[in-house]
Ligand binder design. Structure first.
Ligand code: NZQ
Ligand code: ZN
Length: 392
């Protein structure tokens, strides 16, 4: 097991109606003026935002609002919100939404105390300790940003989508009410399930041997996501299925499922280029295409790890041919994502062969010449994996 530091400062408030506690919890933590941040329409239409506004008012908190975060959040709105936050003297940022809103809120919370443009953090990756505290009301289990140390932001002018990681931007408060996720369209539920499963795959497949305490936790989460997925898609108002998925989505990405391991993250890097190329591409849908392609390309580095995964997660019986067992596990992975209604080829995402060369320069800017852990990948490898992903 490798050395590690694991920081998880988030207080979780979980269950029906917990969004009513937002104002009081923020007041208890010393908040005075809150920047309320949200997405396109869903939180307004469901009445959630009005409940949050009431909760803040009842706790005598002042707040300013910046809404309109798009999926694959963009730096322009973040810059505007930073200016508003500076001018208004806000001391907390409250995100109401999913990964996109939370990531945008994290960038804003970094940007308000900063003198330089917040995009500089995404370029230099330099640590920033002066971050406003962040609270979250989660509306979609997927990205795990409600407790993770990462934010991923697009810069359309530069054609980039890139991440920034820091324990200082982990949310301090997260409100998780599974009932808020009943309104999710099936496609968003499925994309979220795919994303959280892939957060486990990224941690499970690296260049190390077994780390049983971490791996068994990881496998248990994979089994949960796999078994709850059909339940939640068949019965979207099933509270228990929604609750299991919501808590799993957090556990899949707050870090515990990978501690002591190197982790890989090549596939997320390949997917982020797709979402940068076309912001209409949903992160989970891009992963559903790229992960099986990455697996096929790299599995020969350690077929036994894939065979073991196939036995544990899909109940595959060993055939005595470890390579064949590994390939069966990859087929099962693709079939699982397809069973959720996710795409299986780049063509279904509107990406064509000519697009591959457009993504490689920004991939290099974001990840350098060599990336990944299970197999060290170059630009030529990335091209080959994208080509595999065109082919199904
Ligand atoms: O904007 P609204 O109208 O709210 O609609 C959203 C959006 O269109 C909708 N939605 C959310 N909650 C809803 C709802 N619709 C109905 N009912 C509800 N309860 O869902 C759509 C997608 O929302 P989004 O926030 O984009 O989804 P997700 O949570 O999957 O976040 C994706 C973003 O997170 C990044 C991705 O790259 C992507 O930009 N990631 C962030 C990570 C992190 N910070 O640690 C890690 C991940 O690997 C990922 O890269
Ligand atoms: Zn992800």
């Amino acid at each position: 097991m490798e050395n590690f530091t694991f920081v998880s400062p988030t207080e979780f408030v979980f269950g029906r109606g917990v969004e009513e506690e937002v104002g009081q919890k923020l007041a208890d933590r010393g908040a005075h003026r809150v920047l309320l941040h949200y997405g396109g329409r869903s939180a307004e239409e469901s009445g959630l935002l009005d409940r949050i506004r009431r909760s803040l008012t009842n706790a005598s908190l002042e707040f300013v609002e910046v809404g309109g975060v798009r999926p694959n959040p963009e730096i322009t709105l973040i810059r505007e919100a930073v200016e508003i936050g500076k001018a208004q003297g806000v001391d907390w940022v409250l995100a109401v939404g999913g990964g996109s809103v939370i990531d945008s809120a994290k960038a804003i919370a970094n940007g308000i105390p900063l003198e330089e443009d917040v995009w500089e953090l995404f370029e230099t990756k330099r640590p920033n300790k002066e971050v406003l505290p962040i609270a979250v009301v989660l509306t979609i289990p997927a990205a795990g940003s409600e407790a993770s140390k990462n934010t991923v932001i697009s810069n359309d002018a530069l054609g980039r989508k890139t991440g920034y990681g820091s324990d200082y931007q982990r949310p301090k408060l997260a409100f998780l009410n599974p009932e808020l996720t009943f309104t999710l369209p099936p496609f968003q539920t499925a994309a979220g399930l795919t994303d959280m499963f892939c957060h486990l795959l990224e941690r499970f497949f690296d260049d190390m041997g077994a780390v049983p305490v971490t791996d068994n936790l990881n496998l248990s989460l994979m089994k949960t996501v796999r078994s709850e997925a059909p339940r939640v898609l068949a019965d979207p108002d099933n509270y228990d299925a929604r609750a299991n998925i919501m808590w799993a989505g957090m556990l899949c990405h707050q870090g515990l499922a990978g501690v002591g391991r190197h982790e890989d993250w090549a596939t997320h890097a390949l997917e982020h280029e797709l979402s940068a190329l076309d912001p209409a591409i949903t992160h989970g849908a891009g992963l559903a295409v790229m992960f099986p392609a990455w697996m096929e390309y790299v599995f020969d580095e350690n077929p036994a790890r894939f065979a073991f995964y196939g036995q544990e997660i899909f109940g595959l019986a060993p055939t005595g041919d470890v390579r064949a067992d590994a390939l069966s596990a990859i087929d099962e992975t693709r079939a699982f994502f397809a069973s959720l209604g996710m795409p299986t080829s780049l063509g279904e995402l509107g990406v064509e062969e000519d697009d591959i060369e457009k993504m490689l320069p920004t991939l290099k800017q974001n990840k350098g010449d060599v990336f990944g852990s299970f197999k060290k990948l170059t630009a030529d490898d990335a091209r080959a994996i994208y080509r595999l992903a065109l082919g199904y």
